[in-house]
Write a protein that binds this ligand. Structure first.
Ligand SMILES: Nc1nc2c(ncn2[C@@H]2O[C@H](COP(=O)(O)OP(=O)(O)OP(=O)(O)O)[C@@H](O)[C@H]2O)c(=O)[nH]1
Ligand SMILES: [Mg+2]
Length: 299
């Protein structure tokens, strides 16, 4: 993979996606090659145009001869099986490019595993020499928001109609945005929504990064230059303010804690402990008493 083989890269990514246990051995020798790539997360409601936007942005990065990795996290809903195919079609113009590596991650339905797999795979793409690694996730569930947290810069893609529910949206998407994109600006209400967003963002304290709101028509490549300028400005801010180093350290800390927790949990539930648990329930003991007993004979 380090000699530039796409086949090897694809194989490594599959291995990590399908056999999380192998990530340790695979990632260890790559550790000192990780950290060069800019990681950008695109998130937002279903159908907002994230994939179209990512494709347009990747084409733009390609004009600067960047090597790009894209990790598209499939919509969580088991009912939207068509979306993946749609993504394939929409991203087909970039996926035949030698210096672009597009990969879809299936939602496993498990806890958090997806975010961890995405982070590991981003590390591999980074080590493989990608200048930019892009995550695309649907911003609805917890695990999608977690994936977004693995990015240096989070782009929240909205549509003019999102303005109607800006209050309800505040809780999740509003907080994580570094850059807002109001895509489908060929539809009515985009400018009004953009100024509403800007007004809401300007309430932030001075000295902080104020997320800009960029209007785009991704299907027509419109607004892409302005978008790129916003991302570049944010990247400069991240570096100048020292926030990049802090964010990355926080991210690594969280990942390490997660790994420790997974490992401890996996080791904890022995047959004997499961028996203690079941016996306690049959004896109608309080959950506190049962958990106390379980933790007493630990280690
Ligand atoms: N009118 C208009 N349509 C757009 C624009 N950008 C994307 N679309 C269309 O919107 C639809 C959804 O686009 P996608 O890029 O698949 O959206 P997405 O957010 O990736 O969707 P999911 O991954 O399924 O959540 C497609 O039919 C696009 O052609 C735009 O700027 N204007
Ligand atoms: Mg998509």
């Amino acid at each position: 993979m380090l000699r530039g083989s796409r086949v090897a890269l694809a194989r490594l990514l599959s291995r990590i996606e399908n056999h999380p246990d192998s990530a340790d051995d695979l990632l260890r020798p790559l550790a000192d090659r990780i950290g060069r790539a800019i990681r950008i997360g695109f998130t937002g409601p279903p159908g907002a145009g994230k994939s179209t936007m990512v494709s347009a942005y990747v084409r733009l990065l390609r004009t600067h001869d960047q090597k790009v990795g894209v990790l598209a996290v499939d919509p969580t809903s088991p009912f939207s099986g068509g979306a993946l195919l749609g993504d394939r079609v929409r991203m087909s113009s970039i996926s035949t490019d030698e210096k672009v590596f597009v990969r879809s991650l299936a939602t496993r339905g498990g806890l958090g595993g997806l975010a961890e797999a995405a982070a590991d795979m981003a590390d591999v793409l980074d080590a493989a020499g990608c200048d930019t690694v892009i995550f695309e996730t649907v911003g609805v569930g917890q695990s999608e928001l977690e994936v977004a947290q693995h990015a240096d810069c989070t782009v929240v893609v909205l549509v003019p109609e999102s303005g109607d529910s800006i209050q309800g949206m505040k809780a999740g998407l509003m907080e994580i945005a570094d850059v807002f994109v109001i895509n489908k600006a060929d539809r009515e209400g985009a400018a009004r929504f953009a100024s509403e967003l800007r007004a809401a963002m300007n309430l932030k304290e001075w000295g902080e990064w104020i997320p800009p709101a960029v209007m785009t028509v991704a299907v027509k490549n419109e607004g892409l230059t302005e978008f790129q300028e916003s991302v570049s400005r944010h990247w400069k801010f991240l570096n100048d303010s020292g926030l990049l180093a802090r964010r990355r350290a926080a991210r690594l800390r969280r990942r390490c804690q997660r790994l420790v927790e997974h490992k401890l949990l996996a080791d904890f539930w022995t047959g004997e402990r499961k028996a203690i648990l079941d016996a306690g329930i049959i004896e109608r003991k309080s959950p506190y008493e049962i958990s106390g007993e379980l933790l007493k004979n630990r280690g």
